[in-house]
Design a protein around this ligand. Structure first.
Ligand code: A3P
Length: 295
């Protein structure tokens, strides 16, 4: 039999068919009634799509490229995570409510679960999408090291869980499609992880314009450098090294793992790849979305 330390007692709960961590579901009322403000900027991602990366970019822009200001706190504390809950600690909503405007917040919620006040206040949304296969691989390693998510099982078992949308925050397909389909209806800047890898300067300039900022080119170059994978992996304010092992066990897999495009090729079997492509076509066939699977 497994010793208690080895078998995680974590179970996901659901809201409208979307699996979420239990404390989030238990706090759902507070989350849904969250009051957004018109000058809020919300960073939105499916998990493992480059959330931490875009957060650091946005903060560097907000702080006009001053590294010391970005070191004021660990990245998780700089932008309140709307649906985060872990009583008795203050929830993401509590933290957002305490934050002076203009606020920068973050979420992994799919469009249908977003607190409605974000829509009625016509907030700005910054969405980052990552190709499904790399996202799935990254999430697998995160599931392995996270002690607050259920056990992922073997890669083959996890493969089924992921394609069936039974991972935390639900289906990658529905999430990305949902945000993509409304991108012209609201103030949404829709970015791709792969573009950020290919041409970080160009994507950072887009974010800057979207935020209404105008920084000199040498500052933008500095932001490119400071937000590189290598720099962020070494930076204790971004690499989660201060998160206790009882929550993230980085001896199993580091949070800043590889940061590349195409690692899926080291995980998918030929049969899994064919099957995945078929499912992808079924689920995403009618969208105009187009992802780079390698650089
Ligand atoms: P890998 O597991 O493929 O390495 P999130 O922040 O949404 O949880 O996403 C984490 C993923 O983004 C991890 O992917 C991590 O390595 C990658 N990442 C974090 N910072 C990055 C950066 N500066 N450049 C590229 N990838 C980065």
């Amino acid at each position: 039999a497994l010793t208690p330390e080895l078998s995680r007692q974590t179970k996901l709960k659901e809201v409208a068919g979307i699996p979420l961590q239990a404390p989030t579901v238990d706090n759902w009322r507070q989350i849904q009634t969250f009051e957004a403000k018109p000058d809020d900027l919300l960073i939105c991602t499916y998990p493992k799509s480059g959330t931490t990366w875009i957060q650091e970019i946005v903060d560097m822009i907000e702080q006009n490229g001053v590294v010391e200001k970005c070191r004021r706190a660990i990245i998780q504390h700089r932008h309140p995570f709307i649906e985060w809950a872990r009583p008795p600690q203050p929830s993401g909503v509590d933290k957002a409510n305490e934050m002076p405007a203009p606020r920068i917040l973050r979420t992994h919620l799919p469009t249908q679960l977003l607190p409605p006040s974000f829509w009625t206040n016509n907030c700005k949304f910054l969405y980052v999408a990552r190709n499904a296969k790399d996202c799935m691989v990254s999430y697998y390693h995160f599931y392995r090291m996270s002690q607050v998510l259920p056990e992922p099982g073997t890669w083959d078992e996890y493969f089924e869980t992921f394609i069936n949308g039974k991972v935390s925050w639900g289906s990658w397909f529905d999430h990305v499609k949902g945000w993509w389909e409304i991108r012209d209806k609201y103030q949404i800047l829709f970015l791709f992880y792969e573009d950020m890898k290919r041409n970080p300067k160009h994507e950072i300039q887009k974010v800057m314009q979207f935020m209404g900022k105008n920084l000199d080119e040498d500052v933008v170059d500095k932001i490119v450098l400071e937000t590189s994978f290598e720099k962020m992996k070494e930076n204790p304010m971004t690499n989660r090294s201060t998160t206790p092992k009882s929550i993230l066990d980085q001896s199993i897999s580091p949070f800043m793992r590889k940061g590349t495009v195409g690692d899926w090729k080291n995980h998918f079997t030929v049969a899994q790849n064919e099957r995945f492509d078929e499912i992808y076509k079924q689920k995403m066939g009618r969208t105009s979305l187009n992802f780079s699977m390698e650089l």
